[in-house]
Design a protein around this ligand. Structure first.
Ligand SMILES: Cc1ncc(COP(=O)(O)O)c(C=O)c1O
Length: 399
């Protein structure tokens, strides 16, 4: 019998997909679900981006472009990196791809040999370990929890290094925790990383979604570190453009060039139309978006603080809250007919929240944190109010 590849066998299906499929099935059958599982802003794409895309289509800007993106866009990104992050990059040190997801995959493909280790703080965004493994690497998880605000310390980082360490991944603001490292915390980690011959992959895609704190790119720390860093960013979260698929990485010139060669054999250029839209969107981040997200975060957090058994530190960025619900495992849900369901795990709790309370949240298992679940507040205040009421009534039925 024909065997599929070992690589195919090694891919884990995302545990978030199960709840996603159930959510969609329930919604399709007419059940009124409040969906707090989405990882994208509910705001529309900036109008000028949409208009630029339409102009690209009508102007027949619909052919292959330079593999790593049109030079105007790379120049615009270089200006953004200078203005927002005080990072100086030439357009030749930037490559644009079909979303930051592809940027990350390009990086891992270019830096990892079989057995190379990547230090990965956990909880982590679901695709990091899968991409690292697909590229032959080994994710070395460094556990964090509520007690350190879901942030690694320089000591824990140092312990994770071995002779096989090839890279360290930093994601601030982070998905799923919303944790943001302060400039001092980044500098302390950078000081340790500088002592080892390793790359840094800094995923800064939630950079603008930050509430009352400052974003600091690790590549700013020193020339030594900048020369080994990959700064990943994109238009999905900041500009509400998830479907357009535009992300980018700024990094060492030779590796950026090699990534372009790799990309030339896989997907080639990102959509010409999306590139024009991204160019028009550059620099248009609306400050009101931040205020709105902050208001929603404060509202949801205030609710969670009132719920017995749930705890989480205040997330300073992204649009996620990641409460720990481990203490609810072992309790019973009282049903209308008097039956009682034992809650076996937080995954199970999330299933019951969906089927009984009609609120969809993402279990933490896929993020490496089986005692937590992720709430996305990238939805309207009305939806959040309904969801919080439903979760409160659900929790009142636990005994
Ligand atoms: C932390 C993080 N990095 C990267 C991405 C990928 O974003 P995109 O491929 O849409 O640019 C996401 C999307 O959810 C994310 O949460």
């Amino acid at each position: 019998m024909l065997q599929r590849s070992d690589r195919a066998n090694a891919i884990s299906a995302s545990p978030t997909l199960a709840i996603d499929a159930k959510t969609k099935a329930l919604m399709a059958s007419g059940v009124d679900i409040v969906n707090l599982s989405v990882g994208e802003p509910d705001f529309p794409t900036p109008e000028r981006a949409s208009l630029a895309a339409i102009a690209a289509i009508t102007g027949n800007f619909t052919k292959y472009t330079a593999v790593g993106g049109i030079v105007e866009l790379r120049r615009g990104i270089a200006e953004k990196l200078w203005k927002d992050n005080q990072l100086q990059y030439d357009p030749e040190e930037i490559i644009v791809s079909a979303g930051a997801k592809q940027s990350l995959y390009n990086i891992f493909m270019m830096i990892l040999n079989p057995g190379d280790e990547v230090v990965l703080p956990s909880p982590y965004w679901v695709s990091y370990p899968e991409q690292i493994k697909l590229c032959g690497g080994v994710p070395i998880l460094v556990r964090t929890d509520e007690s350190t605000g879901f942030k690694i310390t320089p000591e824990r980082l140092r312990e994770a290094f071995s002779a096989k360490t090839k890279a360290v991944l930093i994601n601030s603001p982070g998905n799923p925790t919303g944790a943001v490292y302060t400039p001092d915390e980044i500098r302390a980690l950078a000081g340790v990383i500088e002592e080892y011959p390793v790359y840094v992959v800094s995923d800064e895609i939630y950079e603008q979604l930050i509430y009352g704190v400052e974003h600091y790119s690790i590549a700013r720390y020193s020339d030594t570190l900048r020369a080994r860093s990959f700064v990943v960013n994109g238009f999905s979260k900041t500009h509400a453009m998830t479907g357009w698929r535009v992300g980018y990485v700024a990094g060492p010139r030779d590796l950026v060039g090699t990534m372009a060669s790799f990309q030339s054999h896989t997907t080639a250029n990102p959509s010409s139309i999306s590139q024009k839209a991204a160019l028009a969107a550059l620099g248009t981040f609306d400050i009101h978006t931040r205020d709105e997200f902050r208001k929603r975060r404060d509202f949801v957090l205030a609710q969670i603080e009132q719920w017995p058994g749930l705890s989480c530190p205040r997330p300073d960025g992204a649009f996620y809250i990641f409460p720990n619900a481990g203490s609810l495992v072992g309790s019973f849900l009282r049903r209308q007919d008097g039956r009682r369901d034992r809650i076996d795990s937080v995954d199970h709790l999330c299933e019951l929240l969906l089927s009984e309370a009609h609120v969809s949240v993402v279990p933490g298992t896929g993020f490496g944190a089986p005692d937590n679940f992720r709430i996305s507040y990238a939805t309207s205040m009305t939806n959040l109010q309904t969801a919080m009421q439903r979760i409160s009534s659900f929790l009142a039925r636990l005994e």
